[in-house]
Design a protein around this ligand. Structure first.
Ligand SMILES: NC(=O)c1ccc[n+]([C@@H]2O[C@H](COP(=O)([O-])OP(=O)(O)OC[C@H]3O[C@@H](n4cnc5c(N)ncnc54)[C@H](O)[C@@H]3O)[C@@H](O)[C@H]2O)c1
Length: 297
């Protein structure tokens, strides 16, 4: 599991271990956000500290590789661009190269960001990608690199396009984490844009189930997205109900590369793998709120 100390990777590793699998994590603990949080995420896991973009990789003896390491976040124009190339494109190319050589199946964490402002909603996998951010471009590049290794070297690879994932331990830069933390600490929340941006929010345990099902019997590319599409303003109001407090919102200019909407079409993964999102937004938000409130107290 690459990126095993991260938000989604740590949940996936836990679920695999609970299912009786031996998991080895690979993570270099980037300083994108608080290392202490990653150390805590990886507390019960064997993690090899290596940088996928630099260090030798050897997957021989493994049944499969979940490749979740990467640099997230749509704020990816400007001086941070090389980071996206290195931690997403270069690191993934090296993972695909090693996995093809060692004959190991890979499940790759791609993103709904490859669609950008999509042609239509809900957005199906065959929609022409049109990423609006360098982050989305880097994920699309990874998908193409994976496909090239599949064509030329027979790499067995699955591409999962995760839609905005939330839940306990969510990356601190993500909107729900920032809203919940602002409410729990009584600090203001900076809202980029008018708050009308909406997403197919996807609860982390549903993403974990989809990823495991894909590793077991998937083929090709799948959207992994929740059923509940709500805007940021609606999400703020739901969190306010949970916190029983009003959020102090400071409006900022819309972020470059932010898209207006995502909504996942998930009939392909439903029919191939029998997966569907099971966690209602209300339950997922409650779990994230409880975790946040406990972690700031
Ligand atoms: N969180 C979401 O909503 C979401 C949505 C779509 C796609 N994704 C993708 O899913 C994956 C996991 O997302 P997350 O939110 O858990 O992110 P995260 O930042 O919490 O975890 C990523 C982990 O990868 C590690 N890492 C990064 N580059 C590395 C490298 N070169 N070598 C070794 N380790 C490295 C980091 O240290 C971190 O622990 C990412 O690839 C992300 O782009 C996430």
């Amino acid at each position: 599991m690459t990126g095993a100390a991260g938000f989604i990777g740590s949940h996936l590793a836990e679920a695999l271990q609970a299912g009786g699998h031996d998991v080895v994590g690979l993570d270099c603990f980037t300083d994108f956000y608080d290392r202490a949080l990653k150390e805590e995420n990886a507390r019960d896991l064997e993690v090899l500290r290596l940088d996928l973009a630099d260090d030798p990789l050897d997957f021989s003896g493994f049944d499969g590789v979940f490749h979740l390491a990467g640099q997230g976040g749509a704020l990816s124009f400007g001086s941070v661009f090389p980071l996206y190339l290195r931690l997403n494109v270069l690191a993934s190319q090296r993972v695909f190269e090693a996995a093809a050589r060692d004959g190991v199946r890979v499940v790759f964490a791609s993103s709904s960001s490859v669609y950008g402002d999509a042609e239509g909603y809900p957005t199906a996998e065959e929609t022409v990608p049109a990423p609006a951010s360098p982050y989305g471009v880097s994920k699309l590049a990874c998908e193409h690199v994976a496909a090239a290794y599949a064509r030329s070297f027979g790499l067995d690879v699955l591409l999962l396009r995760y839609f905005s994932v939330y839940g306990p331990r969510q990356r601190p830069d993500m909107a729900f984490a920032r809203i919940a933390r602002a409410l729990a600490t009584g600090r203001p929340f900076e809202l980029y844009g008018d708050g009308g941006q909406s997403r197919s929010w996807t609860y982390v345990s549903d993403v974990v189930e989809a990823s495991i099902a894909a590793m077991e019997s998937g083929r090709g590319t799948y959207n992994v997205g929740g059923n509940d599409e709500v805007s940021l303003l609606e999400a703020i109001s739901l969190f306010e109900d949970l916190a029983q407090r009003q959020l102090e919102v400071r409006i900022r200019a819309e972020a470059d590369g932010d898209h207006r909407r995502t909504r996942a079409e998930t009939s392909r993964i439903r029919s191939d793998l029998g997966w569907e999102p099971r966690t209602p937004l209300a339950d997922g938000l409650q779990a994230q709120w409880d975790w946040t409130a406990a972690s700031v107290s």
